[in-house]
Design a protein around this ligand. Structure first.
Ligand code: ADP
Ligand code: MG
Length: 159
């Protein structure tokens, strides 16, 4: 569905994304976790063509890196499929509603890339997850894998 390979991105001279690779399969919920400033939003902006990509981005098998944002959006890729911190600042009850909504959308076969800082929601709804730090993917695995890796959580996720 979405395949990102060795993606780099810059803001001026700052090298923000330093070789990010990940994939989201059909109907999968995949989380991209990380602390503030890790580069998660920049990853989405680069996929959407709002920030110039260096690297390969494929959506449904087709190269989209280098296309204009409106062309990419017309292909059906956007901020419904990629949700950037949907639960930020929300009350627990509403967080629960957001979680249900994401699961409903996913059950209809839509792939979801969930950007989060909160571990709890990501651990319960994703099939796989990636942890980002300093513009790179520093961990990938299942929620069970991440539960076992205290060091990864301490170094890259806990505030
Ligand atoms: N428009 C911008 N101009 C310059 N630097 C930016 C801009 N947006 C984000 N950054 C920097 O890029 C890095 C990654 O930010 P961001 O992708 O927003 O992280 P996250 O979404 O994981 O919190 C941070 O160091 C941030 O300060
Ligand atoms: Mg962000």
């Amino acid at each position: 569905m979405l395949d990102v390979d060795d993606l780099h991105a810059y803001y001026g001279k700052s090298h923000i994304l330093q070789g990010v690779s990940f994939r989201v399969g059909e109907g999968e919920i995949v989380s991209l976790l990380g602390r503030n400033g890790a580069g998660r939003s920049t990853t989405i902006k680069t996929i959407m063509g709002e920030v110039a990509p260096v690297g390969t981005i494929r959506f449904r098998g087709e190269r989209i890196d280098g296309l204009a944002p409106h062309v990419i959006a017309r292909k059906g890729l956007g901020y419904l499929i990629m949700v950037d911190e949907p639960t930020e600042g929300l009350a627990p009850l509403i967080v629960e509603r957001v979680r249900e909504l994401l699961e409903t959308v996913s059950r209809r076969g839509v792939a979801i890339l969930l950007i989060e800082q909160k571990l709890a929601i990501a651990l319960t709804i994703s099939q796989r997850l990636y942890v980002m730090g300093q513009g790179r993917i520093v961990f990938e695995g299942t929620p069970q894998d991440l539960r076992k890796h205290d060091a990864v959580r301490k170094e890259w996720l806990e505030v």
